[in-house]
Design a protein around this ligand. Structure first.
Ligand code: MG
Length: 387
């Protein structure tokens, strides 16, 4: 290697080591992490130019944590050290970190949430790498990095919108220092039950409208240089903002708690075959119970019993429905021409219901009541009519 190349390499290495405070970065690679923590060999996020900034006011029901006034600062935030009033200040419609005053935290507690934060690094550019416009947004100990790394490379897993020490952002979509960055976070905490992980937890982040964390799996609370480890997090806790010694400014912070997920409710999310069968069985039973309470042999009861077959093939219910349908069609066949015309909408509805049930094999193709009703409807040309 030529002398000047050696010198350049050494210079880069010296700069990198200084920014991590350690030779060879943080904890070394392991079985499922090819890079060290804070590894300068990890690829830099590509630059993506964000679109123009648009206001993002809080939606109804969101908890407004900062609207740039002293009232919301004092009402919602306190020193993270001892719960005393925060020493951060309001300046020009934003709350500003006073270096060395310490982290702040919300007085309220949050778990799974959708969080909107706007932050701006100082206009006066000072420092390099992690020393420039550094702060952080902590959700249950997980840091979404706040850093002015606009034209300021740093180790990838410490970039703005990284999950600090774990996952670099997919892109660097920052605006220049002094301008506000709009950060939208969806945070889903891990779900553990009886020591078993049912959901590892995820974070999705948009930076200035650009997707930068795509449902990134959590790996525990963030730490400097240390490899974080997956595990349960507290059910809820305060949101925290970091004092990293830079007067970073924040405004328009609001939070929406999110509804629980499938491991907790059994409703939202993908279902296994076994779960689907069990859920369909439960739905069918509930619909049958509902049908049983309806006036006996009414049209509503007949259709409700038929509906239960959509969820579960149950032979006794099928036989009951077949009998009710046969009685219904026999009644239709006995109507006079005028009476039939008066029931046209109902008969057409039944025709469509039979079509649906046959199309999805809920009743067999040769289902006798359907064949009879088809003949009546087609004889009047009602099958050609739109609904
Ligand atoms: Mg930070």
């Amino acid at each position: 290697m030529k002398a000047h190349l050696i010198f350049a390499t050494l210079l880069l290495a010296a700069t990198s080591y200084a920014s991590t405070g350690s030779p060879f970065y943080g904890d070394p690679p392991d079985g499922c992490h090819p890079w060290c923590v804070h590894d300068w060999n990890r690829p830099q996020p590509p630059r993506v130019e964000p679109g123009p900034a648009k206001p993002c006011p809080p939606p109804a029901g969101a908890v407004v944590l900062c609207d740039g006034t002293d009232a919301t600062l004092q009402a919602n935030w306190e020193s993270d050290k001892d719960g005393s009033p925060t020493k951060w200040i309001i300046r020009d419609g934003a709350m500003e970190c006073v270096p060395k005053s310490g982290y702040i935290r919300t007085k309220g507690k949050f778990g799974d949430c959708r969080l909107h934060v706007e932050w701006a690094a100082p206009t006066k550019v000072e420092g390099e790498s992690q020393g420039r416009g550094n702060s952080g947004i902590f959700l249950l100990g997980v840091e979404i990095q706040v850093l002015d790394n606009y034209n300021n490379p740093t180790y990838a897993d410490g970039s703005a919108c990284s999950i600090y020490g774990v996952a670099p952002p997919l892109a660097n979509a920052l605006r220049p220092p002094g301008e506000f960055q709009q950060i939208d976070i969806t945070f889903r905490s891990p779900i553990y039950k009886d020591g078993q992980c049912l959901d590892p937890g995820y974070v999705t982040v948009y930076c200035n409208g650009v997707l930068v964390q795509d449902k990134t799996q959590l790996e525990g609370p963030s730490g400097h240089r240390g490899r974080s480890k997956p595990g349960p997090l507290p059910e809820s806790g305060p949101l925290r903002l970091q004092d990293h010694g830079n007067p970073v400014r924040f405004r328009n912070i609001w939070c929406q708690p999110l509804p629980p997920r499938k491991p907790e409710t059994g409703i939202h999310g993908a279902f296994s075959v076994e779960e689907t069968t069990a859920m369909r069985k439960k739905l069918a039973a509930a619909i049958r119970d509902d049908a049983a309470k309806m006036p006996a042999n009414s049209l509503d009861q007949m259709l409700r019993f038929a509906e239960s077959l959509v969820y579960e093939k149950d032979e006794p219910t099928f036989q009951k429905v077949e009998q009710m349908f046969a009685q219904y069609v026999a009644g239709v066949k006995q109507l006079s021409a005028d009476q039939l015309t008066g029931k046209k909408d109902e008969v057409k509805l039944m025709f469509r219901i039979f079509q649906y049930l046959a199309k999805f094999n809920i009743v067999p193709a040769g289902f006798a009541p359907k064949a009879d009703l088809d003949r009546i409807v087609k004889a009047h040309g009602w099958d050609k009519e739109k609904k």
